[in-house]
Design a protein around this ligand. Structure first.
Ligand SMILES: *[C@@H]1O[C@H](CO)[C@@H](O)[C@H](O)[C@H]1NC(C)=O
Ligand SMILES: *[C@@H]1O[C@H](CO)[C@@H](O)[C@H](O)[C@H]1NC(C)=O
Ligand SMILES: *[C@@H]1O[C@H](CO)[C@@H](O)[C@H](O)[C@H]1NC(C)=O
Ligand SMILES: *[C@@H]1O[C@H](CO)[C@@H](O)[C@H](O)[C@H]1NC(C)=O
Ligand SMILES: *[C@@H]1O[C@H](CO)[C@@H](O)[C@H](O)[C@H]1NC(C)=O
Length: 417
């Protein structure tokens, strides 16, 4: 069947019918490229060109050369073309035998791939700048936009991702009085969980439910759970840095660098907290990038894929040396680690250019992409400067949206609403 279709592109349809084909007189003309077979009854039709095996095709002409025999007829042509459409070549009008690659019928329809558009948001960790209202109040921003995905299933690396932000005037403001030692609302995670939106502050360890209201720019943060540091025998709040939904619970992690930060908090939909020592998992991630103490990995971006049954960690920083503020600022990473559920098999990919001051602060799978495409926020915190960039990549390491600056504040959480 395929043979008939491919012939019909440039040859007479009747070639498909051997009885018919056999009755047609054919003449042969030599050209530098090979033989050109003409139909004598319909001379304007060119039946095909069988190139000389010694002829070198001009570049760009990739039609496969066939073995030829001195007495090629239509039937031979049919027999010889039982493999690929690429074997069919056609003569130019000038009769000089220049080759055209015969192409398959292009069944692409419609021409523009379908695209999905998702509402999403990013949340700011303003650090010390979050203090407002004369020291009594702490604030953070929730900035919303839309991500458009035109996924190219045949060539995933050519999928198109576009980001459109709502105007600056619509940036939503979150305010609270809750703080720990004068620091509050330094939000670093953003998750839809159990049908609600949650964010955790990295000084207080308070997980807030965010009441986002489309008709108002004010977001009310409702304190929901308080996470204590480490194994929960400490008086400090947990320094939450990343969060993902797994097994219908909200899994909240820290940097994974030292003691209490190596604990994982598993929060159930009713707010019950389980404290799990993740020292081993963080050690396996570090080993995968050949980092050992006093070197370190700082984790702020991680996501569990229920579809792939894989963890994805995009370390914000990877340092071979012990922590020092000056070197830490320049230890940004473009490494993404893909691990099985137990962190026993870890694959490493590089995503985009390595810019030493840029590191991942949040990643999420883009819905509708079968967990093949992720959006990432990279942030910069060097000297007094902060910046935030958005990018998109697939798990093969193709960058689908280059790092794009979107704020001069530090945003640390991204989520689809
Ligand atoms: C045609 O197909 C047969 C069987 O698949 C194969 O052995 C033969 O090599 C093919 N002919 C050409 C010219 O590729
Ligand atoms: C949203 O905000 C408006 C105006 O402040 C208020 O009238 C409305 O009740 C709010 N809606 C929800 C669901 O909180
Ligand atoms: C928690 O950790 C502290 C300090 O590492 C340790 O002294 C204590 O025994 C631990 N408590 C529990 C319940 O594991
Ligand atoms: C950073 O800010 C501090 C205090 O505002 C200032 O003293 C310092 O010079 C600034 N550094 C740079 C590199 O701008
Ligand atoms: C990203 O930038 C590079 C270098 O400027 C460019 O070659 C590449 O096409 C860009 N990628 C995308 C997805 O826009």
């Amino acid at each position: 069947m395929k043979l008939c279709i491919s012939f019909s592109v440039i040859l007479l349809i009747s070639v498909c019918n051997p009885a018919n084909a056999g009755s047609r007189p054919v003449s042969r003309k030599d050209s530098p490229a090979g033989f050109i077979l003409h139909s004598e009854t319909e001379p304007e039709f060119i039946w095909g060109l069988i190139p000389n095996p010694n002829y070198k095709a001009p570049s760009g002409r990739t039609g496969r050369f066939l073995d030829t025999s001195s007495s090629v007829g239509k039937q031979d042509l049919v027999k010889q073309n039982n493999n690929s459409d690429d074997d069919l070549v056609k003569e130019n009008d000038d009769g000089k035998g220049s080759l055209h690659k015969a192409t398959k019928y292009n069944a692409r329809y419609p021409l523009t791939p379908p695209s999905l558009r998702f509402k999403f948001g990013v949340i700011a960790d303003l650090d010390k700048k979050s203090l407002s209202g004369g020291g009594q109040e702490f604030k953070a921003y929730l900035k919303e936009g839309f991500i458009k995905v035109a996924q190219n299933l045949e060539k995933p690396e050519e999928s198109e991702i576009d980001v459109e932000w709502k105007p600056e005037s619509e940036i939503q403001i979150i305010k609270t009085g809750f703080n720990y030692g004068g620091r509050g609302l330094e939000l670093s995670t953003l998750n839809v969980f159990n049908g609600k939106i949650y964010s955790c502050g990295d000084k207080t360890g308070i997980v807030f439910e965010l009441l986002v209201n489309d008709t108002s720019i004010d977001v009310t943060p409702v304190p929901w759970a308080i996470l204590a540091d480490g194994n929960s025998s400490s008086g400090k709040g947990f320094k939450c840095e990343w969060a993902t939904v797994k097994d219908e619970s909200l899994w909240i992690g820290g940097h994974g660098t030292s003691g209490g930060h190596k604990y994982l908090k598993i929060v159930s939909p009713s707010g019950q907290v389980e404290h799990v020592d993740w020292t081993q998992n963080y050690a396996k991630l570090a080993a995968a990038v050949k980092i050992s103490s006093p070197g370190y990995l700082t984790n702020e971006a991680a996501a569990w894929s229920e579809t792939l049954k894989k963890w994805v960690f995009a370390p914000r920083k990877i340092s071979k040396e012990a922590f020092k503020e000056e070197t830490d600022e320049r230890s940004g990473s473009n490494t993404v680690l893909i691990a099985d559920e137990d962190f026993n098999e870890i694959q490493m990919i590089k995503v985009g250019e390595l810019i030493p001051t840029h590191g991942f602060s949040s990643i999420k799978f883009i819905p509708g992409t079968e967990d093949k495409i992720m959006v990432g926020i990279k942030s910069v915190e060097a000297e007094n400067e902060t910046e935030s960039y958005i990018m998109a990549f697939d798990l093969k390491g193709n960058v689908l949206l280059n790092e794009t600056l979107f704020a001069s504040d530090k945003y640390e959480g991204v989520e689809f609403f």
